[in-house]
Write a protein that binds this ligand. Structure first.
Ligand code: HPA
Ligand code: MG
Length: 207
């Protein structure tokens, strides 16, 4: 439940809470690629708000980690966004996780490019927490000094595992969202805003 989720993460707040009854913004209020017209229901989080929130998350992370030598493990493809100005050196690794087919979480998680890892995790969306748990187990085997997880989105799903990111951007309803690098079968990564996909959008890009 919402209150539980918001109370849990150690690294500060559980993020900006978006309620279940929030209808989102009308698509007519923003610009978005014309090739996606009809494929979306509404804008849940406009691009500017994502930018503002991630900027603050980045500051919280840097404040907490101080001058530790950090490595960012960026989980592709949803986790990629450019880093802003840093005063300490920071290494960035990319790995790739894939567990979704259409809008459903599947049992087989693929971890690619993670043969030799060291440290910190950042992932764009945490649904059931199942993927995050599997990744943490994998990363822990390399014995890093400290592991912190940052997730842009946490979904309020019925069977949320106990595993939540240390840093959370937004807590959102249990709906399939796309945009800001979040995909539906690899589509919609080129959409700036985080949106709810429409039924016709799901049909159009179904495998
Ligand atoms: N959208 C895209 N990818 C996802 C989602 C979602 O809502 N949940 C888990 N992976
Ligand atoms: Mg995906």
């Amino acid at each position: 439940n919402m209150a539980d989720l918001a109370a849990q993460p150690k690294g500060g707040s559980g993020g900006i809470v978006i309620d279940d009854d929030w209808p989102g913004y009308s698509l007519d209020l923003f610009s978005y690629p014309a090739h996606y017209s009809g494929d979306l229901d509404c804008v849940v989080i406009p691009h500017g708000v994502i930018m503002d929130r991630t900027e603050r998350l980045a500051r919280n992370i840097m404040d907490d980690l101080g001058d530790h030598d950090i490595v960012v493990l960026c989980v592709l493809k949803g986790g990629y966004h450019r880093n802003s100005d840093r005063t300490i050196p920071m290494r960035v690794h990319f790995i790739r996780l894939k567990s979704y087919l259409n809008d459903q979480s599947t049992e087989d998680l693929h971890i690619l490019g993670a043969e030799d890892l060291s440290f910190l995790a950042g992932k764009a969306i945490v649904g059931t927490g199942k993927t995050m748990k599997a990744l943490l187990k994998h990363v822990e085997a390399f014995r890093p000094k400290m592991i912190k997880v940052a997730g842009l989105l946490v979904k309020r799903v019925p069977y949320n595992s106990t595993c939540l990111p240390d840093y959370v951007g937004f807590e959102i309803p249990d709906r399939f969202v796309v945009g800001y690098a979040l995909d539906y079968n690899e589509y919609f990564r080129d959409l700036n805003h985080i949106c709810v996909i429409s039924e016709s959008g799901k049909m159009k890009y179904k495998i």
